[in-house]
Design a protein around this ligand. Structure first.
Ligand SMILES: [Zn+2]
Length: 514
């Protein structure tokens, strides 16, 4: 009590502390002392409720009798339960009121609800009027997550979907490039993981809706649902080495998270809910061979249904891999569950932060043959003039023409290679990739600089093409070369490893058009 009642403050004013003054109302909110006091006080509630066990007239909730559970609480959320008879409810409330009186902690009745099942309508109404309760409805929110014994409906899922996707609906994200949107999506998914950390099971409906929202946002920048996408979502979820973007595959992650629950149950972890499940559903049976308990709620059934998936994955690898130092790793499980993809030859071009993200994304589209060139637009029945706008050859704009048949692009790439004093003459897209794959096998600074310049060449060519087509703006190839060279110098300022390579270069490339 000394700590609580003798609080004094002094203010930092004009660089000096004022004289101390007493706090009339004790601790202020958020004082680091508060959580500790709260735990002490709640321990008293715990003990008060436990005394109910001694009263013969008190009945536990039928599902909680064996473990003698009357309440569970997390921070200031409190759930109390008992059998739905008048005496038990009154006894439980009496214990709580006693606690309120001695601690001064009152329950906010407006935020409290009463849930009852398996009783007559008369009894329900009697309790509601007698005890001044409001009747609650499932699902209710606990720790911000809707809880229900039944599968959530789409309408019930919506607030959670809205919350998760709120960021991509913000107006400022409208003007982001592909790579900017990709970053937003990755952080949205990261936040979704915090939900997994709390509940482990996100209904498939939510996953599906979030996936569609992210996909639409990536390709169109808007929130209006569109089926148009340049690359399939499954492909985006593949690792970078397999030609994907390494976006989290929520379906697999969800399954891996379920395995964590399954693991906790099968290793009989010393946690209340694990004990509860053992008490009511498993009852000393073998968890790997017993049937899924039909009377259990859907979450428990889902956990049991995951056994098959878990066994299929663990059959191929070492189970102990998932379980290190007493902790189950969802990530390891997730990785093990992903297919063994073929590695793409150009994987080094997409590595790490060698290139600028917006360059990398356009390069990635090109590598996957997904740049929306005229020949591809024609397949979507989008009609635009089909000649290349970068040169006067009047050839159809295809990936192969742009890279590097077109004199504009070929000139840029040739000038940059000449600048680096690379003895290599520019060929077709495929030949260039072959050459690059060989040349960038190591992660040496020179290989990184070549990768950087290649990504920039692809990016600026594509920008120039778009500017000419849609804005009627032209930049000569020589100016583009200077722009790319400048970008390299800027990037090089933060990369000391590139210093030696950059010092050997002239300030700007020189040379004539090919
Ligand atoms: Zn051309």
């Amino acid at each position: 009590m000394e700590c609580v009642t003798s609080v004094s403050y002094s203010l930092l004013l004009n660089g000096g502390l004022t004289a101390k003054f007493q706090a009339r109302k004790g601790l202020r909110q958020r004082d680091p002392m508060s959580p500790y006091l709260f735990v002490l006080v709640m321990e008293y509630l715990n003990r008060s409720l436990k005394t109910l066990d001694q009263i013969p007239d008190f009945n536990y909730h039928p599902r909680c009798a064996k473990l003698k559970i009357i309440h569970i609480c997390f921070a200031d959320d409190l759930i109390m339960c008992c059998r739905a008879d008048r005496v038990s409810i009154q006894l439980m409330l009496k214990a709580f009121h006693h606690f309120s009186e001695v601690s001064g902690l009152q329950a906010n009745m407006e935020k409290s609800s009463f849930y009852v099942a398996g009783v007559t309508e008369e009894f329900k109404n009697l309790i509601l009027s007698e005890m001044h309760f409001t009747l609650g409805e499932f699902p209710f929110k606990y720790l911000g997550v809707p809880l229900s014994t039944k599968k959530l409906t789409i309408a019930q899922c919506m607030p959670l979907v809205e919350k998760i996707t709120a960021r991509i609906k913000c107006w400022t994200t409208k003007f982001l490039s592909y790579s900017g949107r990709l970053q937003v999506i990755k952080s949205v998914l990261f936040e979704m993981q915090t939900y997994w950390a709390q509940v482990f099971l996100i209904p498939k409906k939510i996953i599906h809706m979030v996936t569609i929202a992210c996909r639409t946002f990536l390709w169109t920048g808007s929130t209006e649902i569109s089926k148009r996408s340049l690359v399939a979502w499954e492909k985006l979820c593949m690792p970078g080495s397999a030609g994907g973007l390494g976006i989290l595959d929520f379906y697999s992650w969800n399954k891996a998270a379920l395995c964590k629950i399954l693991w906790a149950i099968s290793t009989k972890k010393d946690i209340l809910w694990v004990k509860w499940i053992h008490n009511f559903y498993i009852k000393n049976r073998n968890i790997s061979t017993m049937a899924t308990p039909k009377q259990a709620c859907w979450i428990v059934r889902k956990v049991f249904d995951t056994r098959e998936w878990f066994e299929a994955i663990s059959a191929t690898g070492d189970i102990n891999e998932f379980w290190k130092q007493g902790k189950f790793s969802i990530k390891t499980m997730y990785t093990a569950s992903r297919p063994q993809y073929h590695k793409v030859t150009w994987k080094n071009l997409m590595l790490g932060d060698t290139t600028i993200p917006r360059h990398r994304f356009i390069l990635w589209l090109a590598l996957n043959h997904r740049l929306a060139t005229v020949d591809r637009l024609a397949k979507w029945k989008i009609d635009v003039p089909n000649e290349c706008v970068l040169c006067t050859s009047q050839k159809e704009e295809t990936l192969d023409h742009l890279f590097f048949e077109c004199v504009y692009t070929k000139s840029i790439w040739t000038a940059l290679l000449g600048w680096l004093k690379e003895k290599h003459s520019v060929g077709s897209w495929e030949l260039e990739l072959k050459w690059l794959t060989k040349r960038t096998k190591s992660s040496r600074p020179r290989a990184q600089v070549i990768t950087f310049l290649f990504a920039a060449t692809v990016y600026y060519t594509w920008m120039e093409r778009n500017n000419r087509r849609f804005q009627n703006q032209f930049v000569t190839y020589a100016d583009r070369v200077r722009e790319i060279a400048l970008q390299l110098h800027i990037k090089g300022q933060n990369r000391s490893k590139w210093k030696a390579v950059l010092e050997q270069l002239n300030r700007y490339p020189s040379g004539n058009s090919v």
